[in-house]
Design a protein around this ligand. Structure first.
Ligand SMILES: C[S@@+](CC[C@H](N)C(=O)[O-])C[C@H]1O[C@@H](n2cnc3c(N)ncnc32)[C@H](O)[C@@H]1O
Length: 257
């Protein structure tokens, strides 16, 4: 039942955040060149956006995935610690890191490791959460502001080329709504199945409510998401953004160690 629920939410509800991040990436995708490393690549959802990338090596952490979500077949290298990458110095023209940063206990160590594997003038694309619930607990340590990201970049010898908020207040609401459905309600479903205190009649009634809500969710959620995307254009407030995409260039002078 939970698998069905995840299937409906994943397949039938607009992948709102995917659009937000995809549109931001497209503006800078021409900066990503030939040999590229994607740290925590998942199933490489943004690969198609990079026309100049000729070789995309993707890492994933085996520890991160579980029985609901198996390690993606797109994984080229299994690496459970992005702060210790199994690559040589100056190996890559570009490094990508989308929606992974909060898992690192030491964000500076991660930035330094990216700096190590990048060639001089190599470009680093990073996106991360500003307002989002905890995921991958307990290994979820940080939420960052645009100012915090710039500070991290600066003290780890990167030049900031661009920083883009990923939507405003309404985008943030839309993203939280989808996330709420995907996890909170799926958990309720599990609880309904196993709850002991309920009378049989109430149990059946509640199960029907949950099933009805699941089946109708794609309709009303997609309408909400459409409304939110319009409202974000009318009244944009990025103090409430979902997160950021930041584009960095490795500064030359620290390259030779
Ligand atoms: C939220 S997913 C993001 C996947 C993909 N980048 C995307 O945007 O769809 C988080 C990813 O972080 C990776 N990951 C989790 N813990 C990690 C760690 N300690 N070091 C490196 N990668 C890690 C996992 O392989 C997973 O694919």
């Amino acid at each position: 039942m939970r698998r069905l629920y995840y299937f409906i939410i994943n397949q039938m509800i607009i992948q709102y955040f995917h659009h937000l991040l995809g549109n931001a990436i497209k503006k800078y995708a021409h900066l990503a060149m030939e040999r590229t490393l994607d740290i925590g690549c998942g199933d490489k959802p943004y690969q198609v956006l990079f026309p100049k990338v000729t070789e995309l090596i993707g890492t994933n952490s085996a520890e991160y995935y579980n029985e609901l979500d198996q390690i993606p077949s797109e994984t080229d290298v299994v690496c459970d610690d992005g702060t210790k990458l199994p690559f040589q110095n100056d190996e890559f023209d570009t490094v990508l890191n989308f929606q992974v940063l909060p898992v690192f206990q030491d964000m500076d160590a991660f930035f330094q490791e990216v700096n190590r594997v990048l060639k001089d003038d190599g470009v680093f694309f990073l996106s991360t959460d500003f307002l989002y619930p905890i995921w991958n607990a307990p290994n979820n340590f940080w939420r960052t502001t645009s100012y915090g990201l710039k500070l991290l970049a600066d003290r780890n010898l990167f030049e900031v080329l661009a920083i883009e908020p990923l939507g405003g207040y309404y985008a943030m609401k839309g993203r939280l709504l989808v996330r709420f459905l995907r996890t909170k309600m799926a958990c309720q479903m599990g609880k309904v199945k196993s709850s002991k205190g309920f009378t049989k009649l109430f149990h059946i009634f509640w199960l029907l409510v949950v099933i009805l809500r699941t089946l109708t969710a794609p309709l009303w959620v997609n309408i909400c998401l459409l409304a939110y995307s319009i409202l974000d254009k009318v009244e944009f407030d990025d103090d409430f953004t979902t997160g950021y995409l930041i584009i960095l260039r490795k500064k030359k002078d620290i390259a030779k160690r």
